[in-house]
Design a binder for this molecule. Sequence first.
Ligand SMILES: Nc1ncnc2c1ncn2[C@@H]1O[C@H](COP(=O)(O)OP(=O)(O)OP(=O)(O)O)[C@@H](O)[C@H]1O
Ligand SMILES: [Mg+2]
Length: 262
Amino acid sequence: MALALAATTPSDSIALDVEGVSHRYERDGTELQVLDNVSLTIAPGEFVALLGPSGCGKSTLLRLAAGLETPTTGRVLEDGRPITAPNPDRILVFQDATLFPWRTVRANIATGLEARGLLGEKGHRIDEVLKLVKLEGFADFYPHQLSGGMAQRAALARALVNDPKLLLLDEPFGKLDSLTRLRMQNELLDLWKSAGFTALLVTHDVEEALLLADRVIVLSDRPAAIIAEVRVDEPHPRQRDDASLVALRRALLEELGISHDV
Ligand SMILES: Nc1ncnc2c1ncn2[C@@H]1O[C@H](COP(=O)(O)OP(=O)(O)OP(=O)(O)O)[C@@H](O)[C@H]1O
Ligand SMILES: [Mg+2]
């Protein structure tokens, strides 16, 4: 019986398939092509990083995976089924994730559960994620009473409380100082290892991509097409000065059109 139950337990992660996706926005009667025939398969539990020039369409790709947009052409699938709407299994942490200023950290994290009427059943998860992001002493603080790094950790906790199977992260550490950033990168890795979700991270930081991801994908200028893809086989914890990472960094910077002397 126990075995049968275990066999039916849903997995903690999902497979994401982007199949021949092109996407256009229309504004004032003018069309803007943003994605150009992007195809990408992410295995359950895989950690993929996306790099690309500003404005090329990275956030758009995340919004498509979150179900916030429908592609003009092509399909986006989760475990083989088309994604047609947002779903708490797929959580997007926005590029400028802001907390609700009038709600405490705890109330901010509770938002998703509250909206789905799950506060009674899953309210205990709030304390668990507060602990995960090391904010347990700050549950009753308001956002203006937090540092920038703490606010970003709270935004991450607000996503994690929903136990996402796919976590979509849009430059989550962009505004952090370099020390906090390093700490958060390690925390994210620990969370990913323990929770087992599939992760798709947009970053403009080549080093961050190489330190975290199993695979790094480089997009071209808008309309974004995939121009390079590297697999990072180094085990964690990774050292940024590891020779193979340095070589990959050089190759990726070249793909991005940046001289390797930078
Ligand atoms: N809702 C929208 N309507 C019209 N145009 C949009 C919309 N959202 C994004 N765009 C346009 O699509 C292009 C790609 O935007 P997107 O946010 O995906 O880029 P990005 O790669 O995430 O850039 P950045 O690195 O600066 O965050 C931009 O030119 C942007 O102006
Ligand atoms: Mg963006």
